[in-house]
Design a protein around this ligand. Sequence first.
Ligand code: ACO
Length: 279
Amino acid sequence: MSEQREEDTVRYKIENNIAWVYFNRPDKRNCQSPKLNRQMMRVLTELEFRDDVGVLVLSGEGTAWSAGMDLKEYFRESEAEGFHAVRRSQREAYAWWERLRWYEKSTIAMVNGWCFGGAYGPLFACDLAFCSDDAQFGLSEVNWGILPGGGATKVAVDLMPLRAAMYHAMMGENLTGPQAAQYNLVNESVPADQLHARVKEVAEKLVQKNWKTLKYTKDSVRRVKEMTYDNAEDYLIRMQEGLNWADKSDGRHVAMKQFLDDKTFKPGLGHYDKTKTEK
Ligand code: ACO
């Protein structure tokens, strides 16, 4: 087979304000090569501020979500080239995971299959995660003589109970989809034939909400995790004031009118109609 072009390592389509982005190296189980990492950053950059994209879903072509880092191109070939290439490859990978972690739009990992090691970076970076029951999750690093780097250890410890994270990192055994949900690696595990529909349902709900509110909400959730209560309380006041400025639609006043005056919606039971802008 001829070598895959860099621009083909990721594919995407946009439908009804949802960007469906796919790791596209199915023959290599979507493992992350330097080429894929560079292309993913390009795609994320292209999609992030588009007015027609409100939610980004990250999934994989074929049987894998992502089989982690590419042992040949990311590890062996970078190491052969020298220290500078090792650091360059790491930066290319970590950079797009970081971009995704603080992405302007809401993000969902749709884990359709294998998810190993270096795939925990983007898994954690996505705001929400859904998987198929037959997906498999593994910190397989210990199986080939390295530790779970690139943030993978941190992801396991942040998301899982400590004993479970320790067992997961030390044993190199895989978790099924339902086990990944039980240990908080994903929000939900569903039968494979329902995965796309479930993710679409969630994405469509998110699309209808105020996108700026979602951005400030998700960033707040990530930031306050490492703050004291008092720092978080203060930070959240500043974030709300920031949102008041950033939301040029002034959504909260539009919503207040729809609830208090027009009585067209109840905040406890659903979202306001953001297509109506009257305050
Ligand atoms: N790095 C490099 N190549 C890979 C990787 C990877 N992480 N994963 C799969 N491939 C390649 C295989 O070498 C094979 O290439 P080839 O067709 O040129 O021989 C091709 O993808 C298909 O892989 P198979 O092993 O034949 O696929 P199978 O479906 O039987 O197994 C599985 C899938 C279980 C994912 C297996 O490929 C595997 O164990 N991959 C490695 C998973 C892993 O441990 N990743 C690293 C985690 S640690 C980290 O990311 C830092």
